[in-house]
Structure formats: C-alpha cells, structure tokens
Design a protein around this ligand. Structure first.
Ligand code: PEP
Ligand code: MN
Length: 690
C-alpha cells in the first residue's frame, strides 16, 4: 500500500475490497470452467464404461491439492473442506448426466413442478433446491398443507415430484410419510440428506431478553428446547412450518416477536438473524425422499439404494429368515424400520433400505428369495445413494520389497506356531471379549474413522487441554499430518493433589469445538461416574485410564453408554486382568472396547514404565478387540517415542496414541514425554512408510 493510501485508510480499504471482488469473480469463472471439464469427463467415462466415483482418484486429487495449498499457506483442513464441495458438485453433475441418459425426459416443459408441505423457504423447499440444483429447468413449487395432499398432487399430475421428509436424526422417523408410502403408486427416485441449522430470526435487531413470543414448527421448537428455555419472558407458539413462522412475524411486524427458521429462509424473507445454531444438537440432519409417478432407471455405475416395504409370514423366526436373504446374496442393509399395520393390532410392516439396484441380477435373485418369506411385498424404488463419506487424502503405501520386512514373519496367525501357548490356559473368566466367543476381528467406527482389522489409527494431542489456543493448534497439527483422532485430558488423574487437575468441563467444550472445526473425532479420559453424562455429550470416545482399569463401578457405567471406550492397561495389571476389565464393560451392553498397552511397572527404573509390546501379540490371539499402543506414557521421554510407535505398528497394533504439545517445556503435565510438532510430523512420515 502506498504512503498516500495509508494516509487515507478508507480509500485503501475500497481498493482492497475491489481486488477481493476481482479474485472472487475469477474463482467463480474457474469453478464454471472446472464444471464444464467435468461434463466432458463424464462423456468420456460413459464411452469407456467407467464408474462415476473413483475414491482412489479423489484421494490422490485431494493430496495434490493439499500439497499445492501448503505452498500458498492454506491449511489441509481448509483445502479439504473446499474441495469436498467441489468434488461433490462434480459427482452429482455426472450422476445426473447418466440418469438423464437412461430416463425419458418429462413432457416438453421448461420447468419442474415440485410439491412440498409448506411454503417457499421451508426445509422441504431448501432440500428440493439442493436436489435439483443441476437440472437446467426452472423449479416451480406446489405448496400444500399436509403430506397426504403433497403425495396426491403428484399422483394426479398436478406436480412432477414430491419432496417428503422421512426421518430426522434428532426426532426420528416421520410416521405419516411412512404410512403414505405404503399405499401410493409413486416411486422413490432420489434422496437428499439436509443439514438442518436452526436460527432465531426477528424483524429487527433486538436483544434476546426483550423477545416475548417465538413462532416455530413444533419439531423445530423441540430441537431448540434448551435455547428457548434460556429466553426469559418468552412464549412459544407452534406453526405449521418454519417458513410460515417467518412470514407470520413479518406480517405482525412487532419487533418483540421472533421465529425459528433456517438461515436460507431468513435471507429469502430478508429478516435479520438474531442468533445462529440454536439447536440442542448441532448434528441435526433430515433425510428427504424424492418421489415421482415413474420409477427411474439408475445406471449401474452409480452407487444406488433400493427401498422396500414388507410384512413377513406369521411364524416364529420369519423375519430372521427373510433378512438372511441379504446375507446370502452379500447385500448391505442400511435401514430397517417398523410400523404397526393399521387395523391389525401388534402386527408390523417393515420398511427397509439396502445398497443395490433392482436392475442387477444378484439383487433380483435376492428379491425372489426374500419374497418367499413374506406375505406382503412392495418395491418403493431404486435411486442414487447420497453418500455422506468423502474421500480422504491418500496415505502413501509402500510395497513389501520397499519395506524389507515381510509381514508374515512378524505375526503368525497359525495357532500351532503360537510361542506363548496362551490358548492352552485354563477356562477363561471372560467370554464376550474372547476370540473363542467371536473369532473375527471387531471393527469399531468413530465418526468415519475405522479402528480394528487392517487399519492403523493415530490418536494424538496434548496430555492436558490447557487453553483454546493450545487445543486448536494441536487439532490443526493432527489434521494437517493425516492423523485421525484428537486426544486431550480434561479431568486429569494426578499423583499429587497439588498438580494441575485439568480444566474439566470447560476444557471439554474447547476440545469439542476444536474437533468440530477440524472434523476430527475426539477422545478424553473420565475419572468418575458423575463425569459420564457430560463427556458422552461432547466426546466421541471415552478413555478409562491405567489408574481406573479396575474401577469396576466406573467400568459398569461406561458399559451402559453407546460411545467407544478406550481401556488402558493398568500399570500393575496382567493381560488377563485387562481382558476381564473389558468384560465388565461389555457385559453391560457396550461392545465397543479398544484395548491400550501403555507400559507396566517392572523393576526397571530407566524408563517411566516398561512397554510390553508382546502384549499386543498375546491380546490379538486371545481377543477380537482392537489393541493400540501408547508409547508416550510407557517410556516417558520424547526421544524414545517415535521408535516405539514404529515398533507398535510393526508388531501389529491397530494404532498408537501419542502426546505432543506446541511448547512441551511449558506443558502443565507430561512435558518430558510430549513430542514437539516437528517430531510428530517426522513420526507420521515414518509410520506411513511402514
Ligand atoms: C493419559 O492418557 O492421559 C493418561 C493419564 O494415561 P494413563 O492412564 O495411561 O497413565
Ligand atoms: Mn499424559
């Protein structure tokens, strides 16, 4: 900026803004250009009969873009987020091309008529706009009060499609819509999963405690109950839909009245947003079905889903026999819902979705088998599946020759070769955790991270959460280096009562925000039963530390939760005691236990503990549960963490948990064993090359 411009800050600002506008316009032009290329790609793929989605290529593309981003100072998370959108757009565009090719267009008309419950601005309207974003035709909306009228409008030809919400992640299935699907002649031709983000909107900016009335759809109000309770002197009035609530406050024009709606509806009606993200649960999704008079033919290269409704015979085990058909034909069922049959008390209709296409030979055979076990059967439609998983940056893989170590030499699965002879020990005092009970490896999913089987996960973070800055920079470090889960202690088990005991719930909230910002699952330790409720709410996994491995009442309570549990081996505990501790959790219902070897006390004092790496081999033989290694607490010195983490991978662990810190010498706990960021980066590279 010239000296003159500095003297006139307003002018300098104008110039900067106009430069930003220029850059934005260029970005839009480039996105358009990219989309055109994408159209060419699908034509070429079509000729060569290639699938629309190629996750491997998407991962490689992301890697390349992330590297390019780094040279421009753009972090991995930012680049990944932007390009997930770009890739999704491209996938939808290509799917549309194939769908249009194999289906006759609607009669000559330049618009598509979509029936929705509610008015423009309602969530059905927004979801429809998203679903039909790639069609060239204009969208025309046919607004109805009730779902039944929406369905009838399409049946009678008053509209071409209906947008029907079928389930919400917070409030569950929408029964009325399920019941309509049973009798309608319409077919499902698509689905749209819509992220619902409720806001409070008003007619003018006003402080929240002055609001006296809020209009809301009853479901939206239920989903925002905590926020509504926090408004003093405020009454809630229910309304048929969210957009109508906004329309109502505009009509009334009293600034003390507010409504709950989406951000998009607020923009559409041009009203100010008083507060964003007011729902009790931020992860709030509604799944919509798109139905029409004619089924669509889905090209086999598009991953598709089929929905059915059926009633089984009146005989014991008939549902099980019917469902076995899916296993016989290797088809993945993604949903099973039941609804009472009207007029037949205590009899059920089952609605189910599976991954597959009714055009596929294997699916047709499965359906024949399935029909043999039913007394009612109706296909609701085959349609492209909206995949919620996005490609992850690829991790470089090396060939065995490059590794020089042949995996077969490391861990033999053959029982005869078992040098430990552990199979021959006396009857076990644990059952659910044992391989005898369940021979195949347990696979545990934490958000979209898979633990167990052939995967190797890296959980990393500071010993303790110390500040927002600290945990956010750690989260960024985890993400940027392709590690998977963010760790951090909020309730710390310290030997001395005078040491830092952790930030408690405040730390938990900081960590949860950091996890969300960088799209990382988080794990934190709990010390007592009274912490379970909050930790379950904010954390994706719960950790039981070494000192609590045999706190049986705590094990029992976490066994009643639905979150994966990382169970650390006590420093004075045997492997059998560890597996019995896991059994305490599992016997209460929660089967998602991951074991962790973190070093045990021996006569050796040169290191903090002694890392018992052979435990990984023994545990894998005795149990189907995943097992990971924590080299940080085992050894106690940062210079020995990387070699031990590598050894853990070589020995066959399903992952590692390590501690790092932006400034280890200032850490409030376990500084000596915490890696510097540069060491963590080194560790990730070295682990990836094994
Ligand atoms: C920790 O992981 O923060 C911890 C306290 O570990 P451990 O229970 O293994 O000592
Ligand atoms: Mn620690």
């Amino acid at each position: 900026m010239s000296e003159k411009e500095q003297n006139n800050p307003e002018k300098g600002m104008d110039q900067l803004r106009s430069k930003i506008n220029e850059v934005d316009e260029k970005l839009v032009l480039l996105l358009g250009e990219r989309r055109n290329l994408s159209k060419e790609v699908i034509k070429a793929k079509d000729l060569d009969n290639l699938p629309v989605r190629d996750m491997k290529r998407e991962s490689e593309l992301l890697n390349r873009i992330i590297d390019a981003g780094k040279t421009q100072g753009l972090d991995t998370h930012y680049v990944t987020k932007v390009f997930h959108e770009v890739i999704e757009d491209s996938v939808r565009l290509q799917q549309n091309f194939l769908l249009n090719k194999s289906n006759k267009p609607l009669e000559e008309r330049s618009s598509i008529r979509i029936a929705i419950q509610g008015i423009e601005g309602a969530y059905s309207f927004l979801a429809a706009n998203k679903f039909f974003a790639h069609s060239d035709e204009e969208l025309e909306f046919v607004s109805k009060h009730r779902f039944e009228e929406v369905v009838r409008a399409v049946e009678k030809g008053e509209a071409d499609y209906a947008m029907l919400p079928i389930e919400n992640t917070t409030s569950g299935g929408i029964n009325e819509v399920y019941d309509l699907l049973l009798h309608t002649t319409l077919s499902i031709i698509g689905e749209e999963i819509f992220h619902v983000k409720h806001c409070l909107v008003g007619t003018e900016e006003i402080s929240l405690n002055k609001i006296t009335k809020v209009y809301a759809h009853y479901q939206a109000a239920a989903q925002c109950s905590k926020f509504l309770d926090s408004l003093p002197n405020c009454k809630v009035e229910f309304f048929a839909d969210t957009a109508m609530s906004v329309q109502k406050i505009k009509e009334v024009g009293d600034s003390h009245f507010a409504a709950i709606s989406s951000e998009e509806a607020a923009n559409l009606f041009d009203v100010p947003i008083l507060k964003k993200n007011i729902a009790n649960q931020t992860e709030n999704f509604t799944r919509f079905l798109v139905v029409s008079r004619n089924p669509v033919k889905v090209d086999e290269r598009i991953k598709s889903k089929t929905s059915l409704v059926l009633a089984t015979e009146h005989s014991p085990g008939s549902l099980v026999r019917a469902l076995m058909s899916f296993q016989t034909y290797g088809l993945n069922m993604t949903k099973l819902e039941s609804r009472p049959i009207l007029g037949n008390p205590f009899e059920e209709m089952f609605y189910l979705d599976f991954e597959g296409n009714v055009e596929d030979e294997n699916v047709l055979m499965m359906l024949d088998e399935l029909k043999r076990h039913t007394r009612f059967f109706k296909i609701l439609g085959t349609y492209p599946e909206q995949e919620l998983v996005s490609a992850k940056p690829a991790i470089k893989k090396y060939t065995p020759e490059e590794l020089k170590i042949s995996k077969e030499n490391i861990a033999s699965k053959d029982e005869k070769d078992s040098p430990t002879g552990v199979k021959k020990t006396k009857a076990k005092s644990y059952k659910l955790a044992s391989r005898d009970f369940k021979p195949e490896d347990t696979i545990i999913k934490v958000k979209d991270i898979v633990i167990g089987g052939d995967t190797f996960v890296v959980m990393a973070g500071p010993c303790s959460v110390e500040s927002e800055n600290q945990i956010f920079s750690c989260a960024q470090e985890v993400k940027n280096n392709g590690a998977h889960i963010l760790r951090g202690g909020c309730f710390k088990p310290r030997t001395s009562p005078y040491s830092f005991q952790g930030l408690g719930n405040e730390g938990l909230k900081m960590m949860s925000e950091a996890g969300k910002s960088f799209d990382l699952p988080i794990i934190t330790e709990i010390l007592s039963i009274d912490q379970i409720q909050d930790v379950v709410k904010y954390s994706d996994m719960l950790q039981i530390g070494a000192r609590n491995m045999q706190n049986f009442s705590l094990l029992k309570e976490v066994g009643k939760t639905h979150k994966p549990i990382l169970l650390k081996r006590g420093m004075m505990s045997s492997i059998s005691e560890l597996l019995n501790a896991a059994e305490h959790i599992m016997s209460q219902g929660n089967q998602q236990v991951i074991l962790c070897e973190r070093g045990i006390r021996t006569f050796e004092t040169a290191t903090r503990n002694t890392l018992d790496l052979s435990a990984v081999l023994v545990i894998k033989e005795l149990s189907h549960l995943p097992v990971i290694v924590d080299p940080s607490h085992a050894v106690g010195f940062r210079d020995k963490v990387i070699p031990l983490a590598k050894a853990a991978k070589v020995v066959g662990a399903h992952g590692v948990m390590v501690e790092f810190h932006p400034e280890p010498e200032k850490a409030l706990s376990d500084g000596e064993q915490s890696l510097y960021f540069y060491q963590f980066e080194e560790m990730m590279k070295e682990l990836n090359s094994i």
